[in-house]
Design a binder for this molecule. Sequence first.
Ligand code: F0G
Length: 458
Amino acid sequence: MEKLQPEPWRVKVVEPIRRIERGQREARLRDAGYNVFGIASEDIYIDLLTDSGTSAMSDAQWAGLMRGDESYAGGRNFYHFEETVRDIFGLPYVIPTHQGRVAENLLFSTILKPGDIVPNNTHFDTTRANVEVNGGTAVDFVIPEGKQAKGRHPFKGNMDLERLEACLAGNPGKVPVVMLTLTNNSGGGQPVSLQNVRGTRDVCRRHGVPLLIDACRFAENAWFIREREEGQAGRPIREIVREIFDLSDGCTMSAKKDGLANIGGFLALRDEVWVERLKNKLILIEGFPTYGGLAGRDLEAVALGLREVLQEDYLAFRVGQVTSFGEALAAAGVPVVEPIGGHAVYIDGRAFAPHLAPELYPAQALTIALYLEGGIRAVEIGGVMFGRPDPRHPGKETLPDLDLVRLAVPRRVYTNTHLQYVAGVVIDLHRDPAKLRGVRIVHQAAVLRHFTARFEMV
Ligand code: F0G
């Protein structure tokens, strides 16, 4: 971890963490059916399960909580929130929700009809589920480079414009919206270039289909554009962000990521067409349109977080921290998805544990070993999450192209020393992969099985 930048903050409050004994970790794993979602967070030492809702808030955000106006209608924090979203994203119609998936639920339950198709670079799992539950088909058109762990394409999150064009040309009237996920979480936290946003917009325009952005990690994506895209170096981040959203017709957002808040989200739109129906449904499932399932104080935290996330010293540290963490692993020969993504480091489970057949879920085996050896919680994004029964071969599964372990880095929470510790545990395991044992699923739910599946060691 050379050339580390210091954190652009100092610590005002601390939250103790502890590493329980190895024997206890073994027992916790057994009790949880070898699924780290089932372990209490007090028994986790370093928690890299997700970067969602896990950010540390700033002193200004904590102060903002005291300015919460908890009026049912017309609270002042809503106006601050709305004005902030309009100012940053340039989208006039702002609908607050308590997290990102509710924005997705509102959108797709309003605009989809059975048989419709929704293209995306890669749908996040809740986005896909919200499309499918409303009778739509979710299709992923990320460029081929984006499906490979190796190869250093600078914008592996880009949409394959030819496939998008063919889909829209071949399905007139059946595509109500095109989505673009910034950064591409399910594909390794990889960014989309500004040129690709423009290209996607042009294809959409030609076919009269609106383009919506899944904006969860919009600031990290803008930072990569500035760092990597020709002609963008040194441009103010605010300006890049604005250009991205000026190319869109709206966005869904989980403020639990680049909103630097612990809860919150929104749907923002350029045109009024869907707004009334969306607001009526919002009242039914979340709350009045000036709070949308959030307390006034939470709206205030998001409004402040959306500005803080655009500060350039923040972004330089944030993306720099994740990059140096990933590069320390790569330098030691650990097979990671490259280039390193914005919010997480992804390890290729099959390459890490070549002695385990893909059917034995090597990424899940690594997730278990990380907890057992180091008290570290990561998340499997591979065969367990995406495997599906193979209709042609009863008892077998079709497995995804990549079997990954995601080490997601919460924002402003862990220091570089914490991540050095994690890197040490991963590197030790990589030298001794025989410590990883394959697993078999002994219990699973019908949908989103990874949250509650139970395993047995093979
Ligand atoms: N879109 C993307 C790209 C996401 O990463 C997430 C959440 C959502 C939508 C849904 O937002 O959780 O607020 O409802 N991702 C989290 C993760 C859960 O761990 O990657 P939400």
